[in-house]
Design a protein around this ligand. Structure first.
Ligand code: 5GP
Length: 178
């Protein structure tokens, strides 16, 4: 599969090291706070799984699935909840775990939606950020890597449901997106 992809942007080793660093920061910041980590399906699933196993304070996992209207490579900002949280988050310290922040529209919706449930606090932990395409800026406390303005796949991120199982992150050649 590596051959059909343009270039490897982040290796398995780089991802592992960065995930541990972020987990160490979360461990330090959330001592005694019992946070709820909210994984945004499906793209953040491996990031969430690796991250929580490195966090050394008690924490809970919950999952949300959202779909953005628009094409698979372009978010419209109009978001529909396909799967909501199982638990109440009122009074809780919430950490949204995202795969990538692109325009920022999905995250903006999620922040608004979760804040309306009166949590103690909502912070964002995103593996990747693509600042070139940002339309809305949301405060993001934990960021793994900045990526160039290319469509990326692997480590949970897909193109039409493919490539999620890659252990690295790569850019998809432009011609494959057409
Ligand atoms: P936003 O609302 O920030 O534009 O988009 C957020 C969602 O779009 C991400 O959670 C992700 O599912 C998808 N997305 C944005 N950029 C990429 C990309 O480069 N590769 C993949 N696979 N998904 C992306």
């Amino acid at each position: 599969m590596k051959n059909e992809l343009e270039e490897v942007l982040l290796t398995e080793e780089q991802i592992r090291t960065r995930v541990s660093e972020i987990a160490a920061r979360i461990t330090a910041d959330y001592e005694g706070k019992d946070p709820v980590l909210v994984c945004v399906l499906k793209g953040a699933v491996f990031f969430m799984a690796d991250l929580v196993r490195e966090i050394r304070v008690p924490c809970e996992m919950d999952f949300m699935a959202v779909s953005s209207y628009g094409s698979s490579s372009d978010s419209s900002g109009v978001v529909r909840i396909l799967k909501d949280l199982d638990a109440q988050v009122e009074g809780r310290h919430v950490i949204i775990v995202e795969d990538i922040i692109d325009t920022g529209l999905t995250l903006s919706y999620l922040m608004k939606n979760l804040k309306a449930r009166n949590p103690a606090d909502v912070q964002v932990c995103a593996l990747l950020t693509k600042p070139a395409r940002r339309k809305v800026d949301n405060p993001c406390r934990y960021v793994g890597f900045e990526v160039p303005n290319k469509f990326v796949v692997g480590y949970g991120l897909d193109y039409e449901e493919r490539y999620r199982n890659l252990r690295f992150i790569a850019a998809l050649p432009e011609e494959m997106l057409e």
